[in-house]
Ligand binder design. Sequence first.
Ligand code: GDP
Ligand code: MG
Length: 292
Amino acid sequence: MGLFKKFRDAWFAPMSFDSLDDDFYDRLEESLILADVGMDVALDATEKLRRRAYDDRLLTADQVKGALRDILAEKLEVGDSRLDLYTQPSVILVIGVNGVGKTTSIGKMAHQLKKQGKKVLLCAGDTFRAAAADQLGIWANRAGRANVDIVRQHEGADPGAVLFDALAAAKSRRSDVVLVDTAGRLHNKANLMKELAKLRKIIDRELPGAAKETLLVLDATTGQNGLIQARQFKETAGLTGIVLTKLDGTAKGGIVIAIAQELQVPVKFVGLGEGIGDLAPFDAKEFVSDLF
Ligand code: GDP
Ligand code: MG
């Protein structure tokens, strides 16, 4: 699929898998660390490969690559990477700090869902910043106004009230999917977490039987630092998946493995640019088979 071409070219393409000496394992470990898979994963994957190479008497470069693929794939097995959208309506709450790409990713998802024939409703839940709802409106237009509605209120409105309106509109208009944008920053972090917990409660209360996703958007270029924020969101929000944006701007694609291991939540989408088509579903099997 080539999504991780930069990653492969930077770390694995230059490696020779022909002789399994100490030098090989040192270089592998180093490449994995530089590729941002995280220290624990790098050490563990290298050690596992060393053991498997010995136990299974791996000889050829292809056998070694196959074993490494299996080991990395196991690290990505933390849940289904497909969206659960099996009810009408279903709801996707999109959270994350400012600037990671929440609104952009919502625009891209709306576009994809619309192409699948779904009726999409956007909820402008970021009422904190003046331009946020306008930005979402622009994405709604790009995604195709005919089947992509938006519910918004004035700046400073209670995000819970906007969400309540949006869910009511989704029920009466028979929308298939509600995509909820949220603020990435409020007056302080505790406020933000409280607000997000409240939004989740409103969704549970208004649509008790609905399929719900809570997607945390992370910026791949922030690497391991992004993971620290992610932990706080995980505690509050009950994440069901990750959208990893800006992979076009980094070769450190190993962060997908670090995320899966650290959060035990599957990466569901990867962002590959600023255009409406630049969002791809993430598939762990494709990812590892594409590495070497
Ligand atoms: P939000 O504050 O989380 O809603 O972030 P925005 O959606 O406003 O995006 C912040 C910036 O990141 C914008 O300039 C986007 O164009 C950019 N952006 C979002 N996703 C991607 C991506 O996958 N690749 C690149 N290169 N830029 C992105
Ligand atoms: Mg935004």
